[in-house]
Design a protein around this ligand. Structure first.
Ligand SMILES: Cc1cc2nc3c(=O)[nH]c(=O)nc-3n(C[C@H](O)[C@H](O)[C@H](O)COP(=O)(O)O)c2cc1C
Length: 312
């Protein structure tokens, strides 16, 4: 018998979020899904996560927007996207035909915009859940300053939760001293799950030009370089909240994913790895399954949080 891989990301919530396995793309690394659907059966994934969606379409930041780093990359895309109207009118009808839940990643400039975006997607067929990006390091307003402040993060969460019956996942920034306060504030404000982490602020210098490589200077570091940071944050947050945690940061293999599950993640997201290996998500699904078989574990839920200290 193959091991059971299914997980429930919103237990007890009005609208359920059942995944056939705990693996999904990280926002911004899978576009809107259609490109990957040409290459493999994306319904083999637990869920799809969209690129960050804003109220109005955005062209994003000037080029160059990415820089390679040892074991990772820096990006400063600046939330290039088609805007909420096109998502409702053109993308959601496509997602509705797919036999896999689609999670819409939302990026408001203000707390109120998170409510507006959530309201626009409430009840729209094809949308299974929302993920709030309160942690984008590459925009002038809305991103980090909400995600770094527990009060603002809770207000953004509340604004979204009040506007929809869909489960709301809140995605944390690692660019804080301690993400636990923000996670707890979001849980108290009604988040169905917490995702950790977004990119880590970084910088690269072009020594020929004697200037930062990226026009905005800072960028968001992702890839294997941030895996230990992400794991530590998942481990800390999973001990502090009761809602499910979604782990993200530097995952490339099934073994990486197993580490996150043991650290308390109920599901994982794979981002940068898909750029080097477009099949990375399937490799992670198959790798988890192979690990469970090799270790005689019949149900993935048996290992979730097994590395955490005992809880009273
Ligand atoms: C090119 C690129 C674009 C991204 N765009 C978004 C986005 O729109 N919304 C978001 O919440 N996170 C975005 N992220 C962050 C990823 O979803 C993820 O949190 C981060 O890259 C860490 O995971 P990884 O190491 O597996 O890439 C982006 C990351 C990259 C590399």
């Amino acid at each position: 018998m193959p091991p059971r891989l299914a997980v429930d990301l919103a237990p007890g919530h009005k609208t359920e979020l059942l995944l056939r396995n705990p693996v999904m793309p990280a926002s911004g690394t899978f576009s809107w899904g259609a490109e990957f659907a040409k290459h493999y059966d994306i319904t083999r994934l637990g869920a799809i996560v969209s690129k960050g969606i804003t109220i109005r379409p955005r062209a994003g930041n000037v080029q160059p927007r990415v820089a390679e780093t040892p074991m990772g990359m820096l990006n400063s895309i600046g939330l290039q996207n088609v805007g909420i109207r096109a998502v409702v009118d053109e993308l959601a009808p496509m997602w509705e035909r797919w036999d896999v839940p689609v999670i819409a990643n939302l990026a408001g400039d203000t707390v109120g915009e998170f409510g507006e975006l959530a309201r626009a997607l409430d009840g729209v067929p094809g949308i299974a859940a929302l993920e709030l990006n309160i942690s984008c390091p590459n925009v002038d307003v809305g991103g980090l300053e909400i995600g770094q402040d527990p009060v603002a993060a809770a207000r953004a969460t509340e604004a979204a939760v009040r506007s929809t019956d869909l489960p709301v996942i809140v995605k944390l920034t690692p660019n804080v001293t301690d993400p636990v306060d923000v996670a707890k504030a979001c849980e108290d404000a009604g988040a169905a799950a917490i995702c950790a982490i977004n990119t880590v602020l970084g910088l690269a210098i072009d020594t020929k030009r004697r200037r930062p490589v990226l026009p905005r200077g800072r960028g968001g570091l992702s890839g294997p370089a941030i895996k230990p940071v992400a794991l530590r944050m998942v481990y800390d947050v999973a001990q502090a909240v009761r809602v499910p945690v979604v782990g993200c940061g530097g995952i490339r293999t099934g073994e990486d994913a197993i580490e996150f599950l043991m650290a308390g993640a109920m599901a994982v997201q794979v981002g940068t790895a898909s750029f080097a290996n477009p099949r990375a998500l399937l490799d992670v699904v198959e790798g988890i399954e192979a690990w469970l078989c090799a270790n005689d574990v019949g149900d993935v839920r048996e290992i979730i949080g097994c590395a955490l200290p005992a809880r009273d």
